[in-house]
Design a protein. Structure first.
Ligand SMILES: [Zn+2]
Length: 217
């Protein structure tokens, strides 16, 4: 038994499910990355760089510190590891990060349009809005900084301009659930926009109510 087996297993389990369900742009694709923070340590278990998930074993998940130095790593960590580390350093409520190239959220990444909370479940689980993080090249320090600059809104999902999606959580289950919820929100909003009809918004009081509820939880 390795010290980080549990975190590595949780990360791999989530990565395999999301891969099988097309969240990484194809069953054999590895277009995305997932991490989980180790409790009480500045260490993360994160998917390795450029390797397919379908035949990966949990020991292949890289364990690195916030400076990306290997702690228990057969392979180099995801090239987006800097972005993951920046999120943990800026948001103490976040313990898991899922980055995907999921289809409907990616549509909003290229029309550069945020997704408002249009259902109670989005306002409750994710926040008032799913904002766009300005583009920077994948894996760059600039992208990690652009993400960090948006984290102050306390929401749990973001869209990376011309790139993909980012979902956060207090654990892997919440980040995973938010990944699915984001895709549902993006899918429904896209189809609603296509009708050309007016989009019905949630009342401001509802957004305020859920903001308060999330702040106090
Ligand atoms: Zn990506």
């Amino acid at each position: 038994m390795g010290k980080y087996d549990q975190e590595q297993k949780e990360v791999l389990n989530c990565a395999k499910w999301l891969s099988e369900h097309g969240y990484f742009g194809g069953f054999r694709g590895s277009g995305g990355n997932i991490s989980l923070k180790v409790a009480d340590e500045n260490i993360i278990a994160i998917t390795p760089s450029g390797r397919p998930y379908w035949d990966m074993s949990f020991a292949d998940i890289s364990v690195v510190d916030f400076e990306l130095k290997p702690v228990d790593a057969k392979y180099a960590p995801s090239k987006e590891a800097r972005m993951h580390a920046a999120i943990y350093q800026h948001r103490s409520d976040v313990k898991a990060v899922v980055h995907t190239h999921q289809t409907y959220a990616s549509i909003f990444s290229i029309i550069n349009q945020s997704i408002p909370a249009l259902f109670d479940e989005i306002a409750n689980e994710i926040g008032a809005v799913i904002e766009i993080v300005p583009y920077a090249i994948s894996g760059s320090e600039e992208l990690a900084q652009n993400v960090a600059d948006r984290l102050g809104n306390q929401c749990l999902c973001y869209i990376l301009q011309n790139h993909g999606a980012l979902s956060l959580g207090a654990g892997i289950d919440q980040a995973w659930k938010n990944t699915e919820l984001l895709e549902k929100a993006a899918q429904v909003y896209y189809h609603a926009l296509m009708t050309g009809r007016e989009i019905s918004q949630l009342p401001r009081e509802t957004i305020d109510y859920f903001n308060k509820k999330r702040e106090s939880s």
